[in-house]
Ligand binder design. Structure first.
Ligand code: SAM
Ligand code: DTB
Ligand code: SF4
Length: 344
């Protein structure tokens, strides 16, 4: 295969850098990829994808909000921030037994990974004791584990690792410039510090961001450059399309990207981070089957299953199973014991 592709202002052979895992991406290169003729971009992304992944397999993860709302952070997109009146009722940390029972149901419904999320700035030691127990118990069910608890110290990351945690989710959310417009209570550098504590503890990194908050295409690409230039690429890259929440500041600026823009971004993420699993995360409720198919073609290879994400909606499990079936994509949903809703 030899396809000449214009990228970064120069003619490059489309198959020569498939093996390259780089951490020195420039915005100009990301823009040049994004602006390729659509067919060239998707072909290149699919070629990169096939070099490392089964193109007909999609990973399934399930989410649970183990501590909802009342969060001291002011993330301008989030239903759980105590800074905004979103109508959400804050809850206490769930009991371990309820978390494990929910994980068991998620496993039976076809989830490979179970991600537990808490609306904290950072976990208190007493809370971390309980989360570590939850992680060990969910791991004991034979599922991959992920938690997202806000900022961590190196010692807290080490404790989670010792409890058997596989992934820690902590997003950069957007470009450095746009980040400052949507979050003021913690800096991007705080987040990057937590990511390095997670990495140093030997936990795999899940890190991505959100589109559709009123940012420019340049911000979306700036976010991908940030992710791709981390010391090591995140093993997992969630791309969230902002799920509408009433009462938050982002409402004023939000503009949902068109389908072609979403597919282009996924393709660029796949090319820039060839070894990472790219997850179509929040916002699939707004996507047509055709757009999701295009995103899988562009290199997305993971989804959240279950009717609810944390506080917002997700497509129903049976609809996902039907879509993957029609696309000839296999997943753990095929092995699911029963077609039960994840959140039942
Ligand atoms: N509190 C933790 C934190 O922020 O680190 C973890 C939970 S937080 C809900 C995890 C991520 O979900 C955020 O960083 C953001 O990228 C994404 N997110 C939150 N609200 C969203 C929404 N309404 N639509 C899309 N993504 C959202
Ligand atoms: C991520 O990037 N997306 C997930 C997970 N990490 C924790 C969260 C999506 C949340 C969507 C908004 C909600 O349901 O409250
Ligand atoms: Fe809190 Fe996380 Fe929501 Fe920010 S995204 S307000 S840290 S729950």
């Amino acid at each position: 295969m030899s396809v000449l592709i214009e990228a970064a202002g120069e003619k490059r052979n489309g198959d020569c850098d498939i093996e390259a895992v780089r951490n020195d991406w420039t915005r100009a290169e990301a823009e040049a990829l994004y602006d390729l003729p659509f067919s060239d971009l998707v072909f290149r992304a699919q070629t990169v994808h096939r070099a490392r992944f089964d193109p007909n397999y999609v990973e399934t993860a399930s989410l649970l909000s183990i501590k909802t709302g009342g969060c001291p952070e002011d993330c301008g997109y989030c239903s759980q921030s105590a800074h905004y009146d979103t109508g959400l009722k804050a809850t206490r940390l769930m009991d371990k037994a309820d978390v494990v029972a929910t994980a068991q149901r998620a496993k039976e419904a076809g989830a490979e990974r179970f991600c537990m999320a808490a609306a904290w700035r950072n976990p208190k030691e007493r809370d971390l004791d309980q989360v570590c127990e939850m992680v060990s118990a969910v791991k004991g069910l034979g599922m991959e584990t992920c938690v997202t608890l806000g900022m961590l110290t190196p010692a807290q990351a080490a404790r989670l690792h010792d409890a058997g945690l596989d992934f820690y989710n902590h997003n950069v959310d957007s470009s450095a410039e746009f980040y400052e417009q949507i979050i003021t209570t913690r800096t991007l550098q705080d987040r990057i510090d937590t990511l390095s504590h997670v990495r140093e503890a030997g936990i795999k990194v899940c890190c991505g961001g959100i589109i559709g908050m009123g940012e420019r295409v340049a911000d979306r690409l700036g976010m991908l450059v940030l992710l791709a230039n981390l010391p090591a690429h995140p093993e997992s890259v969630p791309i969230n399309l902002w799920n509408e929440v009433k009462g938050v500041p982002v409402n004023a600026t939000a503009e949902r990207p068109d389908s072609i823009a979403v597919a282009r971004l996924v393709a660029v993420a796949r090319i820039m981070m060839p070894q990472s699993v790219v997850r179509l995360s929040a916002g699939r409720q707004y996507m047509t089957d055709e757009l999701q198919a295009l995103c899988f073609l562009a290199g997305a290879n993971s989804i959240f299953i279950g009717d609810v994400l944390l506080t917002t909606r997700n497509p129903q499990r049976d609809r996902d199973a039907d879509l993957l079936d029609r696309l000839g994509i296999s997943s753990n949903l095929d092995q699911a014991k029963q077609a039960v809703p994840v959140d039942s």
